[in-house]
Structures are given as structure tokens and as C-alpha cells.
Design a protein around this ligand. Structure first.
Ligand code: AHR
Length: 502
């Protein structure tokens, strides 16, 4: 079999337009994501609101758009009323999800202030608690947040110092309600009814809200697909999105399978699309439900249970602080490729999470903030992955994996910007071999390779740490060129590549 991977690009064959919300992220009250992550009033870079400006700068550089809040599992015990009003009067509460104590020092108003400081590209994505609470609390939160003035709840917001409504348009109806670990876990029938009634009431306040119903917390759940079908049967006309969550890690040193994680992610997406469309067909509906992949990442989850059960209700402990290697970043890049390849239906996605907790940005309390290896693929995709996704059908070498069957060594996508420039995002999954790449370009006036950026390292386990925060960064690739309408390049072993054509 040929050792060269090939595909053709033609602007007549597209997948869909990338929604900017594909580059969302997630801030949960978990570990040090909020406290000593984005918010640390005593930090030398803190502004008047207690936000770390070194972190704000990195968040802007990362290019995130929608930022989901406040959980995650945390939201299933969340009392939004605790998180507003004078900070010194806010109650301290047990957070059952993570066995910690929540001070509520950072709350709803601080979250909105944080988004406004990130910049206009940052949009709120707020989850309501459908674990221990229900319809009433959801619409009260919506009224507090979004109603201009003249009611008890909206006037309470104004009295708390927020004259302008928060304008939250995108709402999640609970979190992972299919998971037995979730406080207030429900069956699909129970959740479907509750989500439908919550959605109906929220639309009575504002018919234009955008609502995400909980899908499965993983493709491996026993209830997967049946859950989506039952929930959508109740909510199809009332919601806009169904959620997907997926995390990947290397098991027992099986790196070949780990590198093919996106095979699972793509099948998950395609199975959820099929389920949505099946329900739509059954209901004879013309409407399409889109996908909100609102938690995705590499996460060494197998270590987490022991970490959490050892806790005795501390405040903002170090939790889920995975330190990502070059290999993790290559897999992470491949997950981004999977999302882009399905940009027609995945129109919201949130990298879980933003700071310290399985995050692209790390901080030291009172000290530095730095970029993890995964920061780079995300920042590059958020910057150059804007426009139309072109249809990429790879032919080339494959390899066998224990978990995901036969996988292409090349995993790739391409995005054409409004100005006609094209960016390729490509992963070489081979741990040992370089991969020659040939891309035939049809119907596009592309004259040069503007940049070939590579994330790879002689040590695939290299990481950025507090001691060595700049150990890993992308470098320039060599040899990529255009010859008679064909891009020719060589992808280093185990590498993430961004090739920009202008
Ligand atoms: O992102 C960490 C956790 O993963 C979230 O709280 C939960 O929704 C998921 O299980």
C-alpha cells in the first residue's frame, strides 16, 4: 500500500460553515478553575474585580467564545441565589459533586464581569440546576439575569450593582442527568418531562432563548441513544441542541489506540445525528436538532475517583490538574479535527475546562500562569478554523488499534476563509514514521504555503510545567510546497500540523 496520504480539496464540496461557538470552553466551580485560576484578588496581576490579568490575557490569546458555567456536576446542587448579592453575606455550602466547600465568593455577577473582560467574542452559556431543583428556580434565575427592570428579581439584580441585564441567550437544561453519579440523577422519561416543562417556561419569558437538552455523558453509557431518543421525543420542538460529552485517555500504555480516539468521537457524533434525525422523522418535523459537544478533552479520569473520595470538604483544592504531554496535544488536535469535520451539525462545543482543571491554562497561586501543550492546537484552530469546512476524504496508509479498529494514519480537515485562504489541520498518528502528504487543489487560487506549524517533539512525553513553562511550543515545518496545484508536505511522526495556504 502507498505510504503517501492523499486527498483533494474543492470549494464546491463543503461540509458546512464553522459556528464561532465551536471554540467554546467551560468554567466550573471545581478545584482551582475559579479560585486561584481566573479569580485571585490577592494576586499581583489582579484587577479591581479580583480577576487575574495574566490569565485574562491567555484566555484572549486562546480565542475561546462561549464559556459554559457554573458546571458540570457542580450545577446539580447549585443555588444561584447563593452566588449573588454582597459577597460577604453569601453562604458557604457543601458541594456534593466534588466533596469541597463552596464560598460563593465568585458568582453570577463575577462570571458576567469576567466574560466582558475577555472581550466581545466571549458569550455566556449558563446551566440551570435540574438535579436538586426545577422549573421555578430556572425561570427565576432567567428573570434575575435577563429581565431589564421593574420586577422583584430584576430589581434585585440592579440593587446588587448590575444595572444592565446579562443577556444570557444560551442555556443548558441541567448536566449529565443520565449519569448515576449526578446529584438528582433521573431516568430519560423523568428528565425528558422536566426538561420539556423547563424549556416551555423559559420560552414563555423569552421565545428566543437557545436551549440545550442533556444527551448522554458518553457513548459508552448503557442508556446511550435510547436516552437521546426518549429525551428528544419530549423536547424536540422546545430545544435547539442535544449535548454530548467525551473524554479520552491512554489506557495501559496503548498509545496506538489513544492516538485514534477521534474515531470514537466521530462515531459518537454521527450516532447522535442519526438519533436526532430519527426522532425528527418520527415526529414528521422539518426542524433539525444541532449538537452541543459541551464537554470534550483528554482527561486521565481513571485517577479522579481516588482523588475526590480522599477529600474532606476543602476549599478550591488541586483537583483534576492533568499536565498534558505532546502526545496528549496531538490527540487533542485530532479531537478538534473531528469537531470541525462535523461543523454542519456540531455548532456548539466547549473544551472542558479553561484554567487548572483539565485545562489549557495553568496557574500557580500568587505566581505564574502558563500554556499547556493543548493550548497551541486550540488557539490555532480558533484563529484559523473560521469559514467553510471543505469535504476531506483521505486515502492513504492505515493502522490497527485494539480499541478503535483500523484507523487512518492521517486525520485531517481543511477550512476555507472568506478571503479564499485555506488552512489544513492534520495529525500524523504514526509514532515512528513521517507521513508524506499530497493534497490536490481544485478551483482555488492558492499560490503559496504561508506557514507550516508543527507540534511534535523528540520526547512525546514532554510537557510544560511551572519549572519549565516553555518546554513545548510549535515549530516551523520544512519542505511544504505547492507544485502544479498540489500541496506536498511531510508530517513528522506523532505530530499536529497547521498548514496555511494563501
Ligand atoms: O469536566 C469535569 C466533569 O466531567 C464535569 O463536572 C461533568 O459534567 C463531567 O463528568
Amino acid at each position: 500500500m502507498t505510504r503517501t496520504a492523499r486527498f483533494a480539496l474543492d470549494p464546491a464540496f463543503t461540509v458546512g460553515t464553522v459556528d464561532p461557538r465551536l471554540f467554546g470552553s467551560f468554567v466550573e466551580h471545581l478545584g482551582r478553575c475559579v479560585y486561584t485560576g481566573i479569580f485571585e484578588p490577592d494576586h499581583p496581576t489582579a484587577d479591581e474585580a479580583g480577576l487575574r490579568q495574566d490569565v485574562l490575557e491567555l484566555v484572549r490569546e486562546l480565542g475561546v467564545t462561549a464559556i459554559r458555567y457554573p458546571g458540570g456536576n457542580f450545577v446539580s446542587g447549585y443555588k444561584w441565589e447563593d452566588s449573588v448579592g454582597p459577597a460577604e453575606e453569601r453562604p458557604r455550602r457543601l458541594d456534593l459533586a466534588w466533596r469541597t466547600t463552596e464560598s460563593n465568593r465568585f458568582g453570577l455577577s463575577e462570571y458576567i464581569a469576567f466574560l466582558r473582560k475577555v472581550g466581545p467574542q466571549a458569550e455566556p452559556m449558563m446551566a440551570v440546576n435540574l438535579g436538586t431543583r426545577g422549573v421555578a428556580e430556572a425561570i427565576e434565575l432567567q428573570e434575575y439575569a435577563n429581565h431589564p427592570a421593574g420586577t422583584e428579581l430584576s430589581d434585585r439584580r440592579i440593587a446588587h450593582g448590575d444595572k444592565d441585564p446579562f443577556g444570557i441567550r444560551l442555556w443548558c437544561l441541567g448536566n449529565e442527568m443520565d449519569g448515576p453519579w449526578q446529584t438528582g440523577h433521573k431516568t430519560a422519561e423523568e428528565y425528558g418531562r422536566l426538561a420539556a416543562e423547563t424549556a416551555r417556561a423559559m420560552r414563555q419569558i423569552d421565545k428566543d432563548v437557545e436551549l440545550v437538552a442533556c444527551g448522554s455523558s458518553g457513548q459508552g453509557m448503557d442508556t446511550f441513544a435510547e436516552w437521546e431518543a426518549k429525551v428528544l421525543q419530549e423536547t424536540y420542538d422546545l430545544v435547539d441542541y442535544i449535548s454530548l460529552h467525551a473524554y479520552y485517555e491512554e489506557h495501559d500504555g496503548d498509545r496506538d489506540s489513544f492516538l485514534a480516539s477521534a474515531v470514537d468521537m466521530e462515531s459518537f457524533i454521527e450516532n447522535v445525528v442519526a438519533t436526532c434525525d430519527h426522532v425528527g422523522a418520527r415526529l414528521k418535523s422539518k426542524k433539525k436538532i444541532n449538537l452541543s459537544f459541551d464537554e470534550w478533552n483528554v482527561w486521565y479520569m481513571s485517577r479522579t475517583d481516588a482523588e475526590v473520595s480522599a477529600l474532606d470538604w476543602p476549599e478550591a483544592p488541586r483537583l483534576l490538574e492533568d499536565v498534558y504531554s505532546v502526545t496528549d496535544a496531538v490527540v487533542f488536535g485530532s479531537l478538534l479535527v473531528a469537531l470541525l469535520r462535523h461543523a454542519d451539525r456540531v455548532t456548539v462545543a466547549c473544551l472542558a475546562q479553561l484554567v487548572n482543571v483539565i485545562a489549557p491554562i495553568m496557574t500557580e497561586p500568587g505566581g505564574a500562569a502558563w500554556r499547556q501543550t493543548t493550548f497551541f492546537p486550540f488557539a490555532q484552530a480558533a484563529r484559523y478554523g473560521r469559514g467553510e469546512v471543505l469535504d476531506v476524504r483521505v486515502s492513504g496508509p492505515t493502522y490497527d488499534t485494539k480499541r478503535h479498529g483500523t484507523a487512518d494514519l492521517l486525520h485531517a480537515t481543511a477550512v476555507r476563509a472568506e478571503d479564499g485562504t485555506v488552512t489544513l489541520f492534520a495529525v500524523n498518528r504514526s509514532q515512528t514514521e513521517s507521513l508524506p502528504l499530497e493534497v490536490t487543489l481544485h478551483g482555488m487560487e492558492l499560490g503559496e504555503v504561508v506557514e507550516h506549524s508543527v507540534l511534535a517533539d523528540a520526547d512525546p512525553d514532554a510537557r510544560n510545567t511551572l519549572a519549565e513553562p516553555e518546554r513545548v511550543a510549535p515549530h516551523a515545518g520544512t519542505g511544504a510546497r505547492l507544485e502544479d496545484g498540489t500541496l506536498k508536505a511531510t508530517l513528522e511522526p506523532l505530530s499536529w500540523n497547521v498548514i496555511r495556504l494563501g
